[in-house]
Design a protein around this ligand. Structure first.
Ligand SMILES: O=c1ccn([C@@H]2O[C@H](COP(=O)(O)OP(=O)(O)O[C@H]3O[C@H](CO)[C@@H](O)[C@H](O)[C@H]3O)[C@@H](O)[C@H]2O)c(=O)[nH]1
Ligand SMILES: [Mn+2]
Length: 765
């Protein structure tokens, strides 16, 4: 081509499909699995038909030890298997045609460096106990230090706890940033979260780069001093008096009564129009930095994170009005200073940019132990499924590490006109701003974050901004955009864009998953329901892809059934699967072996270990039998009109010393008793009892072992796997002495429940 790189005809990003050879092999495999699953259905149907029609409800003599009552169990299994089969189809949508994106940042610079759009970054925090202030500050500093023209970058911290300490910390961070930003630029630092950066260094003894060594020592000292001041303030619970007097911002806490009852607190901490306080130590302009604690009143719902985001969208529209909005959770620092530019390559692409509403980066984590006890890495999602989602028409919005077009967030519908060009036209009256007008602007923006604002503008939360009333506000918001015709992009660069803190206890992981499952179920029954209402608005692939998540809560039912009924039936010698000698055994064996190896391979390919895979299987089971199950039950009760509170249980990002040590050793952390633990423990105990029961039976009866195995091999394998996977549970119930064990009350309850279930089953049938 005669064109030069800088010219328009070269795209700013490209899309690669998975290599076709692999894809063809996978599709063959997938088809064979489909046949296997289909044969299982055939088996169940023919089997039931046999009993109902031909034998008039009577089972053949040889198996008919316990009468016909167990036909009902087979019907249940058929139901469960049909559901699993359907769900398997959903999972195939995510594997059918994965795509991979690549950006060309140098072309972006060549074409648009002078006219890059303004970008507003939102960081949300909500609870200084669960989200340590220093962690939040590191996130803020990492995004302030993006490799992007600072006069076009604005960072907003939304503090739903309205904590004076957080405000003080931000003030401290804004001063530190004046040293940190030039340091990052000069030495091309990566990552730009100070703490994460210091942690990457193996300590400088060499004198290779003495300037760097000196500067580093200096910046480290500044950081540590800042940290000490912030932590002292946090410990004592108050800001030093002399600091309070120095900055007018603190006066806004005079009328503060509690974190659920206070005025809007808004402070522009850094702004290029502030003559005395806008430059770093090298006289370069700093990014805009704003603190916002929206108004809260007990009588007004605040809509959790969605409410915080919507206030930010409105307030920022007055202050910087960036055309692109990025949002990130306070525990996810930027690990790649180029992410803004990467995202813009999508939005500003001349051909396709105008269709794109948001660019989603994966959620990656740092500090996860080798075998990832709680499955927090979610590698298979980030490395595989999200690419498949993208191939179906665009990934879902997952709430953090996402860039949006402001106007789409504000409800603009898609139209096919070319309006990709979002570069800054500099035609607003920004340059006329003075110090006084800055203060005026602060005052004028405050009402936008008030409780009453949305009363007068009720479109917020339904047609504008993030949607309200759903526990996964992010997913439903992204879905609503896609239903309006917008596309989204998934970008997973080599150098991870964001790194977050993993959850460190089983309890936290289950609570988070329960919130997600509840939210996904709300989507399933909402007006955006992917299987029903999205028909015709989304591609079929995308509908199926969303179903992977929407059906989390309902899929718990067949899973719980599968974990309980076959094992109980062992006690009575009721076979529910074909014998080893039967030809029907083959499809069962094939599906089990093929699915297991496929999932193991996927896992290993995404860089995990075999032990990590095994842990993931445990989490898979625990999530489904507790989080999703409870989410389902509660959602149904709510649908039936029972007044259950719904909320946003914020996950803790810290844990105490001993617990962290156990985390490092990969010992499962249970802790305080909860109904979800009791449920899990009961299922674990029940399987243990059933296994012991059937083993005894096999050992005492004559020729028992062979007979039992021949008749119920698959059922026994299922039970044994359930027992093996629950080993950490038994340890937590009976063998551990540390604080992370399960409480005795859970041990007693689960034993009693499991024993009674086994006893009743044996006695009644
Ligand atoms: O009333 C609230 C509650 C939460 N948050 C913030 O929301 C973020 C996510 O909360 P977290 O407790 O960490 O929940 P996660 O389950 O880890 O969050 C995931 O799932 C949420 C939806 O359930 C999304 O909003 C998040 O972006 C996504 O990372 C954090 O920065 C919080 O500070 C608020 O600002 N206000
Ligand atoms: Mn989180």
């Amino acid at each position: 081509m005669a064109n030069k790189e800088g010219e328009i005809s070269y795209p700013l990003f490209e899309t690669r499909r998975a290599t076709s050879g692999w894809l063809i092999i996978y599709r063959f495999f997938s088809f064979s699995l489909f046949l296997g699953i289909f044969s299982i259905f055939l088996y169940r149907f023919s089997y039931l038909l046999n009993i109902v029609v031909i034998h008039g409800g009577k089972e053949e003599e040889e198996d008919n030890e316990d009468g016909k009552s167990w036909v009902i169990f087979s019907v249940g299994l058929l139901g469960a298997e049909l559901f699993f089969g359907l769900y398997w189809v959903f999972t195939q949508a995510l594997r059918w045609k994965p795509v991979f994106r690549q950006t060309f940042k140098h072309r972006l610079s060549q074409r648009y460096e002078q006219s890059l759009p303004r970008v507003d970054v939102f960081v949300c925090t909500a609870d200084p106990e669960k989200e340590p202030t220093m962690m939040v500050m590191n996130t803020v500093l990492s995004v302030m230090a993006y490799d992007y023209p600072t006069e076009k970058l604005s960072v907003y911290l939304s503090d739903d706890a309205a904590s004076e300490i957080t405000f003080y910390a931000l003030l401290e961070a804004s001063s530190f940033a004046k040293h940190w930003l030039p340091f990052c630029k000069r030495f091309n630092v990566e990552p730009r979260s100070p703490l994460a950066y210091f942690n990457t260094l193996s300590f400088p003894t060499s004198s290779e780069d003495s300037v760097w060594t000196k500067e580093l020592a200096h910046i480290k000292k500044l950081y540590e001093d800042m940290e000490k001041r912030i932590e002292d303030a946090a410990k004592s619970g108050q800001v030093p008096r002399y600091v309070r007097l120095k900055h007018k911002g603190f006066s806004q806490w005079d009328s503060f009564s509690s974190r659920r009852d206070h005025d809007t607190i808004l402070q522009i901490l850094l702004h290029r129009k502030d003559a005395q306080n806008s430059k770093d130590v090298e006289e370069c302009v700093m990014p805009t930095l704003v603190y916002l604690a929206r108004e809260k009143r007990p009588q007004y719902p605040h809509h959790f994170k969605a409410g915080a985001m919507n206030s930010l969208i409105r307030v920022s529209s007055k202050i910087s009005n960036g055309k692109i909005i990025m949002n990130v959770d306070c525990d996810m620092y930027s690990n790649n200073s180029k992410s803004v530019r990467d995202a813009l390559c999508f939005f500003m692409d001349e051909e396709k940019g105008h269709e794109i509403a948001f660019v989603q980066y994966p959620q990656n984590f740092v500090g996860v132990t080798k075998n990832d006890l709680y499955g927090s890495h979610m590698e298979v999602f980030s490395e595989l499924e999200a690419h498949g989602f993208d191939g179906c028409g665009g990934p879902l919005y997952i709430g953090t590490g996402c860039f949006h077009r402001r106007d789409v967030l504000c409800g603009r519908k898609f139209s096919d006109q070319h309006n990709a060009i979002i570069n800054d036209c500099n035609n607003d009256n920004d340059d006329l701003l003075t110090m006084e007008s800055l203060q005026k602007q602060e005052q004028e923006s405050k009402p936008l974050a008030s409780c009453t604002y949305e009363e007068q503008n009720p479109l917020w939360g339904s047609q504008m901004g993030l949607l309200y009333g759903c526990a996964v506000e992010d997913v439903i918001t992204g879905l609503s955009m896609q239903c309006k015709g917008w596309k989204s992009m998934y970008y997973n660069p080599e150098r991870k864009a964001f790194l977050g803190a993993p959850l460190m206890t089983l309890g936290q992981a289950l609570v988070q998953q329960k919130r997600w499952a509840e939210g996904e179920f709300q989507i399933l029954v909402s007006k955006y329901s992917p299987p029903w209402h999205a028909y015709g608005k989304l591609s079929v692939g995308l509908q199926l892809a969303y179903c992977n998540y929407c059906f989390w809560a309902p899929i718990s039912l067949p899973t719980v059934y599968y974990c309980i009924v076959p094992s109980l039936c062992l006690l009575k010698g009721i076979p529910l699967f074909p014998k080893i000698s039967s030809p029907w055994f083959i499809p069962f064996a094939y599906v089990i072996v093929a699915e297991t190896s496929c999932s193991l391979l996927e896992f290993l390919r995404c860089g995990s270990t075999v032990q990590g895979w095994w842990n993931e299987q445990r989490m898979w089971l625990y999530k489904r039998t507790s989080s999703y199950f409870f989410a389902f039950m509660e959602s149904i009760l709510k649908l039936l009109g029972f007044p259950l509170a719904s909320g946003f249980a914020i996950t803790a990002k810290v844990s105490e010393q001993e617990a962290s040590e156990r985390y490092e050793k990969e010992i499962m952390e249970f802790g305080a008793s909860s109904p979800m633990f009791t449920h899990l423990a009961t299922i674990a105990m029940l399987n243990l009892f059933c296994f012991l029961g059937v083993s005894m039976e096999a050992l005492i009866s004559e020729g028992g072992l062979i007979r039992v195995l021949e008749k119920m091999a698959l059922q026994i394998i299922l039970c044994v796997v359930l027992v093996l996977i629950n080993v950490p549970m038994y340890e937590g119930l009976f063998f551990r002495k540390d604080k992370g064990r399960l409480p005795t009350s859970v041990a007693i309850k689960s034993t009693v429940f499991a024993l009674s279930a086994c006893g009743l089953f044996k006695a009644l049938l």
